[in-house]
Write a protein that binds this ligand. Structure first.
Ligand SMILES: [Zn+2]
Length: 163
């Protein structure tokens, strides 16, 4: 009888020890404390898109285009976001195109704020490359040529959903 009791006791101990290794028996972590309201940040971090954050500045390169078919192909007169170029007035932000920012982003170059409203060929994929719309016609756009060594500052990122 004594031997049986020892064996039974040992079996019970083994069972108990085994139970402690069952995943379900892992002690639950202590309940997490509610977020401290006193430590809330006073500023929200800048939004970002593909690693580009509001406030970033990039070395840039500009070209210029007009609303004509030479510049836009079948999309002459209308931008990727549906802006009718002929209807842009002095009260509207100047329009630029690129492929590396969401549409409706705002960038600043040389003190002028541009709205990203258009897309273009693969040349506009590179970060910092902008195609600036000029309302003064094709010859004027060509005459402006290509401008190197500008700084492009990201003022606001457009909604990524509209990319
Ligand atoms: Zn043109």
């Amino acid at each position: 009888m004594r031997r049986f009791c020892l064996i039974a006791l040992a079996a019970l101990l083994l069972l108990a020890a085994g139970c402690q290794w069952l995943p379900g028996d892992v002690a639950a972590p202590p309940p997490t404390e509610p977020a401290a309201t006193t430590a809330a940040p006073t500023t929200t971090p800048p939004r970002s898109f593909n690693g580009i954050a509001e406030g970033d500045v990039f070395p840039g390169e500009l070209t210029f285009y007009c609303e004509c078919a030479k510049c836009n192909g079948k999309w002459a007169g209308i931008t990727a976001d549906g802006t009718l170029l002929a209807e842009l007035g002095p009260g509207d932000l100047p329009v630029a195109g690129c492929n590396w920012l969401p549409l409706q982003s705002l960038v600043e170059v040389g003190g002028t704020v541009y709205r990203i409203a258009d897309r273009g060929g693969p040349g506009l994929d590179r970060v910092g490359r902008l195609d600036i719309f000029t309302p003064d016609g094709h010859e004027a756009a060509l005459a402006l040529g290509r401008v190197y060594d500008v700084e492009v500052r990201i003022l606001a990122l457009g909604s990524a959903a509209k990319y």
